[in-house]
Design a protein around this ligand. Structure first.
Ligand code: NDP
Length: 402
């Protein structure tokens, strides 16, 4: 019996439980819990219609450790899959320790009042997970997640040493809206308005948000502007692959997105500190989220592809200089046809399902808190090919010129 409790009924949670239900021999019992139970029930209906599998649903406020502990105790899952928001990571980890369950998430903890991504809060749980003989797997989405596995697969099979790593995240999808984000708007906007940071020669180099732009021709999408950004896997990769001399993360944004975001920033709508409005305290970014389209609602209209991957340069196993590019291309309309969700949710929910499958089957096992790059990449890479995110790899003529 491999029971799982999935927390969070957004786009990512929806994809993950659909894919779990499609693998019912691995996931013998699935419960989906979230703040709004009606969203869990709607997903359960879709899962039933598409796969004939019945999943249980529950209401939970995952900020409440006692209530989450009680829910885990009543469901008795082997694993809790946290697909709520980064704010809930620590409370769900606490509840897993209290109730006795393993833990997996796709985004690192972030305090609600500070737009700051750091693994330190979750790495601090190492001793408690070891003492409890429990495993926590951090960042089993696409980026972080697949990008770390891609890097370690290149290292395991092709490189004696990786010197530089560029992670390229392109969403070439068009949802037909003037402005919308393709995952949780609050988390997305906090991420892209934070200063850019990359790893170079043993230290972090900080530059203003969206100040470094490069055009890159993405297969399946075409030429797009990509911007240097900070992303959490840079921290864990710099830690677990200390040979890296430089590691950077790039994400594409269209001119329309940048235009809207600039205006929203200039007028103060992306602020995360509370302001008084007619006697009520509101956080502008949370209010903005309430008026923007829900990412889950973009599925029916989004067309185009995502293309996410890594370019690594270093010394190959034969002692010669080597540059390789490994990536996945995912089609928004195909993702929607299969699960009712667009490709950004799909490319995150599928790796969450795969990480969960490897954990509940004991293929990936351990006691303590782990990042993806600490695990054997091979079984995960095989499952990407089998479960809807096939990857391709090629040798480039030389290092990137940007
Ligand atoms: P959504 O906003 O669509 O969904 C989040 C869900 O979590 C909602 O159902 C929400 O409930 C629920 N939730 C929020 N707070 C609580 C709470 N206190 N208790 C219980 N449930 C709660 O987000 P996405 O599905 O787009 O993203 C989910 C996660 O995946 C995020 O952490 C995001 O950062 C991460 N992500 C990771 C990526 C990767 O590649 N690694 C890429 C994209 C996303 P309600 O419906 O009531 O608001």
């Amino acid at each position: 019996m491999s029971k799982v409790l999935v927390i969070g009924a957004g786009g990512v949670g929806s994809v993950a439980v659909h894919k779990m239900a499609m693998n019912a021999s691995i996931f013998t019992g699935i419960t989906l819990a979230s703040r709004t139970k009606s969203k869990c029930d709607a997903i359960a209906e879709s899962v039933k219609a598409r796969t004939c599998v019945t999943i249980a649903t529950a209401q939970i406020d995952a900020d409440d450790v006692a209530a989450t502990t009680a829910l885990i105790q009543s469901v008795q899952p082997k694993l809790v899959v946290n697909l709520a928001l980064p704010y809930q990571d620590l409370s769900i980890m606490d509840a897993c320790l209290a109730a006795g369950a393993d833990y997996l998430d796709t985004a690192n903890y972030e305090p609600i009042d500070e737009a700051k991504f750091e693994y330190k809060w979750q790495w601090a749980y190492q001793d408690r997970f070891v003492a409890a003989k429990r495993m926590a797997l951090l960042g089993s989405g696409f980026d972080p997640g697949v990008t770390s596995v891609f890097t370690m697969w290149l290292k395991k099979h092709h490189f004696a040493r990786i010197d530089t790593l560029d992670i390229l995240d392109c969403n070439g999808g068009d949802h037909g809206q003037a402005f919308a984000t393709n995952f949780n708007p609050e988390i997305n906007i906090r991420e892209v308005t934070a200063p850019a940071r990359h790893w170079e020669n043993g230290e972090w180099v900080e530059t203003p948000a969206m100040s470094t732009k490069v055009e890159f021709d993405f297969e399946g999408v075409g030429p797009k502007n990509m911007y240097l950004m900070y992303h959490e896997e840079l921290e864990s990769l710099a830690t677990h692959l200390p040979e890296l001399k430089r590691a950077r993360f790039w994400m594409t944004f269209g001119d329309e997105y940048i235009k809207h975001l600039t205006v929203l920033q200039n007028v103060g709508m992306t602020r995360i500190d509370p302001v008084m409005y007619q006697g009520v305290e509101i956080v502008p970014l949370q209010f903005l989220k309430a008026v923007l389209p829900e990412p889950a609602s973009l599925g029916p209209t989004t067309k185009g592809k995502t293309n996410i991957g890594c370019i690594a340069t270093g010394i190959g196993k034969d002692g010669q200089p080597l540059t390789m590019y490994i990536n996945n291309i995912c089609d928004h309309e195909d993702a929607y046809a299969e699960t009712g969700n667009q490709a950004v949710s799909y490319t995150t929910g599928v790796p969450a399902m795969i990480g969960a499958a490897l954990m509940v089957q004991g293929v990936w096992a351990g006691e303590g808190v782990f990042n993806m790059e600490q695990m054997d990449p091979d079984p995960f890479m095989d499952m990407l090919n089998q479960h809807g995110l096939p990857w391709q790899v090629k040798t480039l003529d030389g290092p990137v010129t940007f």
